[in-house]
Design a protein around this ligand. Structure first.
Ligand code: GCO
Ligand code: MN
Ligand code: MN
Length: 388
């Protein structure tokens, strides 16, 4: 049994906005005093994080002068050097400022769309200066309350245009940077365009440089849409498009909760970790969540350590699942293949199709076989409950 100590190869990261969350919500004021980016880097180092991510505005106030910007960047870099943390990802805040009240890249106002591009180019420069290799796009305001206000097809076209423009910017500047698009179905808008990771994958295929662009799926966002997160992540992984991942938790049917990873749906968190680990995902394990509003900064550390520990415990459980003789024997039985169908499967040929049409199947015999999934699932549950 390991001690669940985070190591750099695990790539556990947090955003400045996660451990820096002060507990403000639509019904109440902050419950924790704000900490500076430098203080947050030290807090993250203390809990064993590998990296820290940020929105442009988390680090540099939007109205900072060039000399203020330089001073902040210098101090932040010094904190990174002192702690050994790195910046694997950066992103743009395109949702907080009132100018983005009706979206950024999809706004009906061309001045807002142009400003969003300008802000993003500056934020990309900042991210790259601090070492980011992945750039996340979360379009929190890219949506509507009423579809009378915006043509949804224009929204798609404007999003594509912005992504193409920014990919070309990165190529023009010769940055080593990939984009990861993050979907969310709603909140803060009533409906947000490109609502799921699947929508994003479809959009990416239509871009000028699809090879530069992947996805950043988030547990809570797909759960808000009532979806199986592990299936969405599998689709992205299989397509070579899982460039980043936002880990947290969320009860289905509730408000946007951003709970500690594994806090609500342990079983699905297990299958997610197993998927990532079995398939050699080697990007950041980024926790996009925050501590309960009941907590002080000791509680924030408990929250951050909890995210990491739960991931590592589930990783160990996944290894245990793969090594469990009874579980593996059941899986082998379920997936048994006597080879008799091999000549029908795989790539299509007309001979194969003709032979397959002539084949007869004993539907009754095939369907009478019990699959043993009840036993398999119970074994999985017992493994998760720690008795095997
Ligand atoms: C949310 C989102 C954000 C983004 C972040 C990075 O629900 O608010 O998950 O936390 O991930 O803006 O782009
Ligand atoms: Mn979120
Ligand atoms: Mn997120």
């Amino acid at each position: 049994m390991s001690d669940y100590i985070p190591k750099p190869e695990h790539k556990f990261t947090f955003g400045l906005w996660t451990v820096g969350n002060t507990g403000r919500d639509p019904f109440g004021s902050p419950v924790r005093e704000a900490k500076s980016p430098v203080e947050l880097v030290h807090l993250l180092a203390e809990v064993g994080a590998y990296g820290v991510n940020f929105h442009d505005d988390d680090l540099i106030p939007v109205d900072a002068t060039p000399s203020e910007r330089d001073r902040i960047v210098r101090q932040f870099k010094a904190a990174l050097t002192e702690t050994g943390l790195c910046v694997p990802m950066a992103t743009t805040n395109l949702f907080g400022d009132p100018i983005f009240k009706d979206g950024a890249f999809t706004s009906n106002d061309p001045k807002v769309r142009a400003y969003a591009l300008q802000k993003t180019m500056n934020a990309i420069d900042l991210g790259v200066e601090l070492g980011a290799k992945v750039y996340v796009f979360w379009g929190g305001r890219e949506g509507t309350e009423t579809d009378a206000s915006k043509n949804p097809i224009s929204a798609i076209i404007r999003t594509r245009e912005a992504m193409n423009f920014l990919c070309d910017y990165v190529l023009d500047r010769k940055y080593d940077l990939k984009f990861a698009l993050e979907a969310k179905p709603n909140e803060p808008r009533s409906d947000i365009y490109n609502a799921t990771a699947g929508h994003m994958l479809a959009l990416i295929a239509t871009l000028d440089h699809p090879e530069m662009v992947g996805v950043n799926p988030e547990v809570a966002h797909e759960h808000m849409a009532g979806l199986n997160f592990t299936h969405g992540v599998a689709q992205a992984l299989e397509a070579g498009k899982l460039f980043h991942i936002d880990l947290n938790d969320q009860a289905f049917g509730r408000y946007d909760q951003d709970f500690r990873f594994g806090a609500v749906n342990l079983k699905s968190a297990f299958f997610l970790v197993k998927l990532l680990e079995d398939n050699g995902y080697n990007g950041s394990r980024h926790f996009d969540a925050h501590a309960y509003r009941t907590e002080d900064y000791e509680g924030v550390k408990d929250f951050a350590r909890g995210c990491i520990r739960t991931y590592l415990i589930l990783k160990e459980k996944a290894a245990r699942f793969n090594a469990d003789k009874e579980i593996q024997a059941l899986l082998a039985e379920i997936n048994a293949d006597d080879g008799s169908m091999a000549s029908f499967c795989g790539t299509y040929t007309s001979t194969k199709a003709a032979a397959l049409k002539a084949q007869s199947f004993d539907r009754q015999a095939i369907s009478q076989r019990g699959l043993g999934y009840e036993r398999l699932d119970q074994l999985t549950i017992e493994l998760l409950l720690g008795i095997r």
